[in-house]
Design a protein around this ligand. Structure first.
Ligand code: SF4
Length: 199
């Protein structure tokens, strides 16, 4: 796989990308993935929101709190996993990223996947699931199911998960969310116990 322009191999992130003109104007900063670059589990969300755009980190604010709580519930800490997004710049007014924007940013996501080389990719919500799997996904019905994506000739298992925010709007999805994270923890090694040993 050719190195995408603006990809910073050392940072496992992106510097100075202007491929999406509207996002280049609306963002405060590019929001790269966080967490170990050799993590066993890579979570993939849709795009930065207002909090992420401000803090420069994926999944902060209420959705991030739900994800962190869920991870703690299965014996993991945020620092045990890697978390990234399909697009790295905040779409204006929190709209969904366009197909072109997803395509523009895909090379960076693929590069992150091959660099981290995780044992499991977990998609958080419909957009990342459909983007990675290149098919229609009914995320509520398929949450907890495994699929796979091939990147640069390597196949990676993909575990479909509801978006953490969905559990705030629809508490009935909490159980599915938690059981999906429990499956993810099995891939994280050490029986799902945090490598940090503290919560
Ligand atoms: S979303 Fe991705 S491709 Fe688009 S400007 Fe931001 S970093 Fe570049």
């Amino acid at each position: 796989m050719d190195k995408p322009a603006c990809w910073n191999e050392e940072r496992v992130g992106v510097t100075g990308c202007e491929r999406c003109p509207e996002l280049g104007d609306s963002r405060s900063q590019i929001v790269d993935g966080v967490g170990p670059t050799d993590a066993a589990v890579l979570f993939v969300g849709e795009a930065p929101g207002a909090n992420e755009d401000e803090d420069g980190e994926p999944f902060v604010g209420r959705s991030g709190d739900v994800l962190d709580d869920g991870l703690r519930g299965v014996g993991l800490a945020r620092a045990d996993v890697r978390i990234t997004n399909c697009v790295r710049c905040r779409p204006p007014d929190n709209r969904d990223p366009t197909g072109d924007e997803l395509t523009n940013c895909r090379g960076y996501l693929d590069r992150e996947i091959t660099t981290v080389d995780p044992d499991l990719v977990v998609t958080l919500g419909k957009v990342p699931a459909e983007h990675l799997l290149d098919r229609s996904v009914g995320v509520t019905g398929e949450a907890g199911n495994l699929d796979a994506v091939t990147v640069d000739g390597e196949e990676y298992p993909v575990l479909l998960c509801v978006h953490p925010a969905a559990t705030l709007y629809d508490p009935s999805q909490r159980g599915t969310f938690e059981s999906t994270l429990s499956t993810a923890a099995e891939y994280a090694g050490d029986g799902g116990q945090s490598t940090l040993g503290e919560f």
